[in-house]
Ligand binder design. Structure first.
Ligand code: RP5
Length: 170
């Protein structure tokens, strides 16, 4: 039987999917079960309330919420649940330049935090969600250590490559 999802990836519109699927891809690479769906703060407000009020009871531990333009979804979900909410500002068709989405998600009032990643930074949202689970799951923590080592190794390989080119050209 498939494991029940521990992370929920939600987005305001299907048009956010190309960005938000980057969070899903990272979680796939770690074998972390997640759910992925569309919940619009403005177009399906009742669905949003139902989602946010029941997510914890369904076993969700972290919510990743992406939206563009007047991006109210992450903040409104954060106002309705005690779960950590990671907000992904999306540069969408109704964004002026992306700052509108960033500031809508970032500038939350005191008491209702949304951990906001960079514009279109859904992959980092996936990593951060995994890191939150990793604080109480040794298997995930171990995978994240390997992932971080792979980042270091990639840069060190590039350093070696550049060194070789430099020495070859001198
Ligand atoms: C936001 O409006 C959505 O999150 C999306 O980023 C943006 C545009 O939505 P569509 O008009 O493409 O459905 O609510």
């Amino acid at each position: 039987m498939a494991e029940s999802p521990r992370i929920s990836i939600i987005m305001g519109s299907q048009s956010d999917l190309p960005v938000m699927s980057q969070a899903a891809e990272f979680l796939d690479s770690m074998d972390i079960p997640y759910e992925l769906t569309i919940v619009s703060a403005h177009r399906t407000p009742e669905r949003m309330m139902d989602f946010a009020q029941n997510a914890a009871d369904r076993g969700i531990k972290v919510v990743i919420a992406g939206a563009g333009g007047a991006a109210h979804l992450p903040g409104m979900v954060a106002s309705l649940t005690h779960l950590p909410v990671i907000g992904v500002p999306v540069k969408s068709s109704n964004s002026i330049d992306g700052w509108d989405s960033v500031l809508s998600i970032l500038q939350m009032p005191s008491g209702v935090p949304v951990a906001t990643v960079a514009l279109d930074g859904a992959r980092n949202a996936g990593i951060l969600a995994a890191e939150i689970l990793g604080t109480s799951d040794q298997g995930i923590a171990q995978q994240l250590k390997s992932f971080k080592q792979s980042l270091t190794q990639k840069v060190m390989d590039q350093v070696d490559q550049l060194d070789r080119q430099k020495n070859g050209n001198s």
